[in-house]
Design a protein around this ligand. Sequence first.
Ligand code: URA
Length: 186
Amino acid sequence: MYETWEELENSIRDCKKCKLCQNRNNIVFGEGNKEADIMFIGEGPGADEDSQGLPFVGKAGQLMNKAFQGLGIDRSKVYIANIVKCRPPLNRVPEDDEVDSCLDYLRNQVMLVKPKIIVLLGSTALKNILGKEYGITASRGNWITQKDILYMPTWHPAALLRDEDKKIEFWKDLKQVVEKYNEITG
Ligand code: URA
């Protein structure tokens, strides 16, 4: 684990630890406040993220931004990252060997940000951070505490594009996050 952002960012710059490096245009490292109290973890970059090098800038990200605006979450005050930093072909779910190669970067990001709350966006984030025994349908909307971090699993924003009911649940889950943040930070 690296003690500084500079060291961590240098270590990933030319990453060839897994096959996802072959087709990437950009590594999507993550962005936001490096001292955020709230961190969001998605699955992996899509086409827009791969071309811009930034997380959640495509359609799903725009939907997430709308929820942020409605709930008073300032995107620049949170930190946003993904389970894998390079785009899986055709946006497929990252494979276990890809996740295994990449997850230390995210662990290091969490170690440096030291968030109080982590929002897990979708099944891939939930299963790879908290364990394969968790399912998103049963877990979403429920706080899970591990090692002093409060985790809120919720739907992946891309799922909202297909299902109006999930939009309402996503909104409710993020509302819980805002309330908890206000409660713990006074
Ligand atoms: N989906 C993700 O999981 N992450 C992104 O950055 C964009 C879309």
